[in-house]
Design a binder for this molecule. Structure first.
Ligand code: SF4
Ligand code: SF4
Length: 296
Protein backbone atom coordinates (compact mmCIF):
# COMPACT_ATOMS: atom_id res chain seq x y z
CA UNK A 1 0.00 0.00 0.00
CA UNK A 2 1.63 3.26 -1.04
CA UNK A 3 1.81 5.87 1.72
CA UNK A 4 2.40 9.49 0.70
CA UNK A 5 3.21 11.80 3.60
CA UNK A 6 3.00 15.56 3.09
CA UNK A 7 5.23 17.48 5.47
CA UNK A 8 6.78 20.92 5.86
CA UNK A 9 9.70 22.18 7.89
CA UNK A 10 7.30 24.35 9.88
CA UNK A 11 3.62 25.28 10.00
CA UNK A 12 1.97 27.79 7.65
CA UNK A 13 3.54 26.71 4.35
CA UNK A 14 0.25 25.56 2.82
CA UNK A 15 0.81 21.89 3.63
CA UNK A 16 -2.77 21.17 4.69
CA UNK A 17 -4.24 23.06 1.71
CA UNK A 18 -2.07 20.87 -0.48
CA UNK A 19 -3.27 17.68 1.28
CA UNK A 20 -6.90 18.74 0.84
CA UNK A 21 -6.40 19.23 -2.90
CA UNK A 22 -4.54 15.93 -3.26
CA UNK A 23 -7.34 14.20 -1.33
CA UNK A 24 -9.84 15.51 -3.90
CA UNK A 25 -7.64 14.53 -6.86
CA UNK A 26 -6.84 11.07 -5.44
CA UNK A 27 -10.57 10.21 -5.31
CA UNK A 28 -11.18 7.97 -2.30
CA UNK A 29 -7.70 7.55 -0.83
CA UNK A 30 -7.54 6.68 2.87
CA UNK A 31 -6.72 9.95 4.63
CA UNK A 32 -4.79 10.38 7.87
CA UNK A 33 -4.33 13.69 9.66
CA UNK A 34 -1.13 13.09 11.62
CA UNK A 35 -0.71 16.79 12.44
CA UNK A 36 -2.27 15.96 15.80
CA UNK A 37 -0.92 19.02 17.65
CA UNK A 38 -2.71 21.40 15.27
CA UNK A 39 -5.13 19.29 13.24
CA UNK A 40 -7.04 21.34 10.66
CA UNK A 41 -7.68 19.06 7.69
CA UNK A 42 -11.16 18.49 9.16
CA UNK A 43 -11.99 22.18 8.49
CA UNK A 44 -11.90 21.48 4.74
CA UNK A 45 -13.02 17.86 4.59
CA UNK A 46 -15.86 18.08 7.16
CA UNK A 47 -15.60 14.53 8.48
CA UNK A 48 -18.70 12.67 9.71
CA UNK A 49 -17.42 10.78 12.74
CA UNK A 50 -18.21 7.03 12.67
CA UNK A 51 -16.03 5.90 15.59
CA UNK A 52 -14.21 7.71 18.38
CA UNK A 53 -11.79 6.43 20.99
CA UNK A 54 -9.94 8.06 23.87
CA UNK A 55 -6.17 8.35 23.75
CA UNK A 56 -4.17 7.73 26.90
CA UNK A 57 -0.69 9.06 26.40
CA UNK A 58 1.05 8.34 29.71
CA UNK A 59 0.68 8.25 33.48
CA UNK A 60 -0.16 11.33 35.56
CA UNK A 61 -0.29 11.93 39.28
CA UNK A 62 -3.45 13.20 40.99
CA UNK A 63 -3.81 14.17 44.65
CA UNK A 64 -6.85 12.80 46.51
CA UNK A 65 -7.96 15.94 48.37
CA UNK A 66 -9.59 13.95 51.20
CA UNK A 67 -6.29 12.18 52.03
CA UNK A 68 -3.75 15.02 51.69
CA UNK A 69 -2.33 16.30 55.01
CA UNK A 70 -0.70 19.29 53.25
CA UNK A 71 2.82 18.32 54.34
CA UNK A 72 4.20 19.84 51.10
CA UNK A 73 6.63 16.99 50.34
CA UNK A 74 5.29 16.53 46.79
CA UNK A 75 5.73 20.21 45.99
CA UNK A 76 9.27 20.13 47.33
CA UNK A 77 10.23 17.10 45.23
CA UNK A 78 8.48 17.87 41.94
CA UNK A 79 11.09 19.07 39.44
CA UNK A 80 8.39 20.01 36.95
CA UNK A 81 6.69 22.61 39.16
CA UNK A 82 3.39 20.79 38.67
CA UNK A 83 2.23 20.98 42.30
CA UNK A 84 0.16 23.92 43.59
CA UNK A 85 -1.05 24.75 47.08
CA UNK A 86 -4.59 25.60 46.01
CA UNK A 87 -6.54 22.39 46.52
CA UNK A 88 -9.74 22.20 48.60
CA UNK A 89 -9.58 21.88 52.38
CA UNK A 90 -10.48 18.75 54.35
CA UNK A 91 -10.90 17.77 58.03
CA UNK A 92 -7.10 17.80 58.51
CA UNK A 93 -5.99 20.89 56.59
CA UNK A 94 -7.72 24.13 55.50
CA UNK A 95 -6.02 23.86 52.10
CA UNK A 96 -4.45 20.93 50.25
CA UNK A 97 -2.07 20.50 47.34
CA UNK A 98 -3.16 19.98 43.73
CA UNK A 99 -1.30 18.71 40.66
CA UNK A 100 -1.67 20.47 37.31
CA UNK A 101 -2.09 17.58 34.82
CA UNK A 102 -0.71 19.68 31.95
CA UNK A 103 2.55 20.25 33.87
CA UNK A 104 2.88 16.75 35.39
CA UNK A 105 5.52 14.74 33.56
CA UNK A 106 4.41 11.44 35.07
CA UNK A 107 7.77 10.72 36.74
CA UNK A 108 6.04 9.23 39.80
CA UNK A 109 8.44 10.69 42.39
CA UNK A 110 5.69 12.39 44.41
CA UNK A 111 3.70 9.14 44.53
CA UNK A 112 6.65 7.24 45.95
CA UNK A 113 7.37 9.79 48.70
CA UNK A 114 3.86 10.72 49.84
CA UNK A 115 3.77 9.24 53.34
CA UNK A 116 -0.02 9.51 53.45
CA UNK A 117 -0.65 7.58 50.26
CA UNK A 118 -2.65 10.55 49.01
CA UNK A 119 -1.56 10.51 45.37
CA UNK A 120 -3.11 8.38 42.64
CA UNK A 121 -1.06 7.50 39.60
CA UNK A 122 -2.36 6.13 36.34
CA UNK A 123 -3.07 6.65 32.65
CA UNK A 124 -4.46 10.06 31.76
CA UNK A 125 -6.82 10.79 28.88
CA UNK A 126 -4.74 13.01 26.60
CA UNK A 127 -7.09 13.21 23.66
CA UNK A 128 -9.30 11.34 21.22
CA UNK A 129 -8.92 9.79 17.81
CA UNK A 130 -11.66 9.33 15.22
CA UNK A 131 -12.52 7.31 12.15
CA UNK A 132 -14.74 9.38 9.86
CA UNK A 133 -16.26 9.54 6.41
CA UNK A 134 -15.46 12.49 4.17
CA UNK A 135 -16.42 13.37 0.59
CA UNK A 136 -12.88 12.31 -0.38
CA UNK A 137 -12.78 8.96 1.43
CA UNK A 138 -12.37 7.57 4.94
CA UNK A 139 -10.27 9.66 7.28
CA UNK A 140 -8.51 8.96 10.57
CA UNK A 141 -7.84 12.05 12.66
CA UNK A 142 -7.28 13.03 16.27
CA UNK A 143 -7.46 15.76 18.82
CA UNK A 144 -4.74 16.10 21.43
CA UNK A 145 -5.58 17.94 24.64
CA UNK A 146 -3.72 21.27 24.99
CA UNK A 147 -0.44 20.67 26.80
CA UNK A 148 -0.67 16.88 26.42
CA UNK A 149 2.52 15.09 25.42
CA UNK A 150 3.09 11.85 23.56
CA UNK A 151 1.90 13.21 20.23
CA UNK A 152 4.26 10.75 18.51
CA UNK A 153 2.32 7.86 20.07
CA UNK A 154 -0.98 9.35 18.87
CA UNK A 155 0.45 9.83 15.36
CA UNK A 156 1.40 6.13 15.31
CA UNK A 157 -2.17 5.17 16.29
CA UNK A 158 -3.70 7.39 13.58
CA UNK A 159 -1.35 5.97 10.98
CA UNK A 160 -1.88 2.33 11.91
CA UNK A 161 -5.67 2.81 11.86
CA UNK A 162 -5.41 4.29 8.36
CA UNK A 163 -3.28 1.32 7.28
CA UNK A 164 -5.87 -1.07 8.68
CA UNK A 165 -8.69 0.65 6.77
CA UNK A 166 -6.63 0.52 3.56
CA UNK A 167 -6.02 -3.22 4.10
CA UNK A 168 -9.75 -3.81 4.63
CA UNK A 169 -10.42 -1.98 1.35
CA UNK A 170 -7.90 -4.16 -0.46
CA UNK A 171 -5.18 -1.53 -0.81
CA UNK A 172 -5.04 1.89 -2.43
CA UNK A 173 -3.23 5.09 -1.53
CA UNK A 174 -2.88 6.33 2.05
CA UNK A 175 -2.50 10.10 2.03
CA UNK A 176 -1.07 11.53 5.23
CA UNK A 177 -1.02 15.11 6.46
CA UNK A 178 2.20 14.90 8.47
CA UNK A 179 3.30 16.96 11.44
CA UNK A 180 5.42 20.04 10.79
CA UNK A 181 9.02 20.27 12.01
CA UNK A 182 11.48 17.41 12.41
CA UNK A 183 10.63 16.13 15.92
CA UNK A 184 9.12 12.93 17.25
CA UNK A 185 5.63 13.38 15.68
CA UNK A 186 7.01 13.88 12.18
CA UNK A 187 9.34 10.90 12.58
CA UNK A 188 6.29 8.84 13.57
CA UNK A 189 4.50 10.21 10.46
CA UNK A 190 7.17 9.27 7.93
CA UNK A 191 9.00 6.11 9.03
CA UNK A 192 8.40 3.36 6.50
CA UNK A 193 6.39 5.64 4.15
CA UNK A 194 6.66 5.20 0.38
CA UNK A 195 7.38 8.87 -0.29
CA UNK A 196 7.49 12.23 1.44
CA UNK A 197 6.22 15.37 -0.25
CA UNK A 198 7.91 18.38 1.36
CA UNK A 199 5.97 21.62 0.86
CA UNK A 200 8.04 24.73 1.39
CA UNK A 201 7.91 28.45 0.72
CA UNK A 202 10.59 30.66 -0.81
CA UNK A 203 11.93 32.29 2.34
CA UNK A 204 15.24 31.90 4.13
CA UNK A 205 13.54 30.02 6.95
CA UNK A 206 11.73 27.80 4.43
CA UNK A 207 15.06 27.02 2.79
CA UNK A 208 16.70 26.27 6.13
CA UNK A 209 13.78 24.06 7.25
CA UNK A 210 13.99 22.12 4.01
CA UNK A 211 17.68 21.38 4.64
CA UNK A 212 16.64 19.75 7.91
CA UNK A 213 13.88 17.80 6.15
CA UNK A 214 16.48 16.46 3.67
CA UNK A 215 18.65 15.26 6.55
CA UNK A 216 15.65 13.56 8.14
CA UNK A 217 14.40 11.72 5.04
CA UNK A 218 17.94 10.72 4.08
CA UNK A 219 18.39 9.22 7.55
CA UNK A 220 15.26 7.10 7.10
CA UNK A 221 15.96 6.34 3.43
CA UNK A 222 12.64 7.73 2.17
CA UNK A 223 12.33 9.19 -1.34
CA UNK A 224 11.36 12.84 -1.28
CA UNK A 225 9.56 15.21 -3.63
CA UNK A 226 9.71 18.98 -3.15
CA UNK A 227 7.07 21.54 -4.01
CA UNK A 228 7.66 25.28 -3.59
CA UNK A 229 4.43 27.01 -2.63
CA UNK A 230 3.85 30.74 -3.26
CA UNK A 231 6.89 30.57 -5.55
CA UNK A 232 6.49 34.11 -6.91
CA UNK A 233 6.99 35.68 -3.47
CA UNK A 234 10.74 35.33 -4.03
CA UNK A 235 11.73 33.82 -7.38
CA UNK A 236 15.44 33.82 -6.52
CA UNK A 237 15.04 31.74 -3.35
CA UNK A 238 12.47 29.51 -5.08
CA UNK A 239 15.02 28.66 -7.79
CA UNK A 240 17.75 28.14 -5.21
CA UNK A 241 15.52 25.72 -3.30
CA UNK A 242 14.82 23.75 -6.46
CA UNK A 243 18.56 23.56 -7.27
CA UNK A 244 19.25 22.32 -3.74
CA UNK A 245 16.45 19.79 -4.02
CA UNK A 246 17.88 18.50 -7.29
CA UNK A 247 21.33 18.20 -5.73
CA UNK A 248 19.79 16.25 -2.82
CA UNK A 249 18.25 13.78 -5.29
CA UNK A 250 14.68 14.97 -4.68
CA UNK A 251 11.98 15.00 -7.33
CA UNK A 252 10.49 18.45 -7.97
CA UNK A 253 6.87 19.35 -8.61
CA UNK A 254 5.77 22.40 -10.60
CA UNK A 255 5.93 25.36 -8.21
CA UNK A 256 2.61 26.78 -7.01
CA UNK A 257 2.16 30.55 -7.46
CA UNK A 258 0.68 32.74 -4.78
CA UNK A 259 -3.03 32.80 -5.60
CA UNK A 260 -5.92 34.44 -3.75
CA UNK A 261 -8.07 31.47 -4.85
CA UNK A 262 -6.36 29.45 -2.09
CA UNK A 263 -7.67 31.84 0.57
CA UNK A 264 -11.11 31.90 -1.09
CA UNK A 265 -11.18 28.11 -0.97
CA UNK A 266 -10.19 28.08 2.73
CA UNK A 267 -12.96 30.55 3.53
CA UNK A 268 -15.49 28.33 1.76
CA UNK A 269 -14.23 25.12 3.38
CA UNK A 270 -13.12 23.74 0.01
CA UNK A 271 -9.91 22.54 -1.58
CA UNK A 272 -8.58 25.00 -4.17
CA UNK A 273 -8.90 22.38 -6.94
CA UNK A 274 -12.65 22.22 -6.19
CA UNK A 275 -13.01 25.94 -6.79
CA UNK A 276 -12.23 26.08 -10.51
CA UNK A 277 -9.25 26.60 -12.75
CA UNK A 278 -7.05 29.05 -10.84
CA UNK A 279 -3.26 29.18 -11.39
CA UNK A 280 -2.67 27.41 -8.05
CA UNK A 281 -5.21 24.69 -8.90
CA UNK A 282 -3.56 24.15 -12.32
CA UNK A 283 -0.12 23.75 -10.73
CA UNK A 284 -1.45 21.31 -8.13
CA UNK A 285 -3.17 19.20 -10.81
CA UNK A 286 0.08 19.03 -12.79
CA UNK A 287 1.93 18.13 -9.60
CA UNK A 288 -0.57 15.37 -8.83
CA UNK A 289 0.03 13.74 -12.25
CA UNK A 290 3.76 13.70 -11.54
CA UNK A 291 3.22 12.35 -8.02
CA UNK A 292 1.05 9.50 -9.32
CA UNK A 293 3.97 8.28 -11.38
CA UNK A 294 6.37 8.64 -8.47
CA UNK A 295 4.27 6.59 -6.05
CA UNK A 296 3.03 3.93 -8.49
S1 SF4 B 1 3.09 14.56 49.86
FE1 SF4 B 1 1.03 13.70 50.02
S2 SF4 B 1 0.20 14.43 51.96
FE2 SF4 B 1 2.00 15.66 51.49
S3 SF4 B 1 1.18 17.44 50.43
FE3 SF4 B 1 1.71 15.99 48.87
S4 SF4 B 1 -0.15 14.82 48.50
FE4 SF4 B 1 -0.44 15.90 50.42
S1 SF4 C 1 4.50 12.61 38.94
FE1 SF4 C 1 6.45 13.74 38.85
S2 SF4 C 1 5.96 15.47 37.54
FE2 SF4 C 1 4.00 14.66 38.20
S3 SF4 C 1 3.50 15.87 39.99
FE3 SF4 C 1 4.55 14.01 40.71
S4 SF4 C 1 6.69 14.61 40.89
FE4 SF4 C 1 5.68 16.17 39.64
Amino acid sequence: MPELVVISGKGGTGKTSMVASLAVLARQAVLADCDVDAADLHLVLEPQIRRRQTFTGGNKARIKPGHCTACGKCEELCRFEAVYFDGPGNGQAPRTFRIDPAACDGCGVCVRFCADNAIEFGPAVDGEWFVSDTRCGPMVHAQLRPGAGNSGKLVSIVRSQAQQIARERGGGLILIDGSPGIGCPVIASITGASRVLAVTEPTLSGEHDLDRVFLLVRHFGIPVTVCVNKCNLNAEIAQRIERKAQAAGAAILPPIPYDSAVTDAQRKGMAVVELGDSPAARAIRQGWSALCQQIS
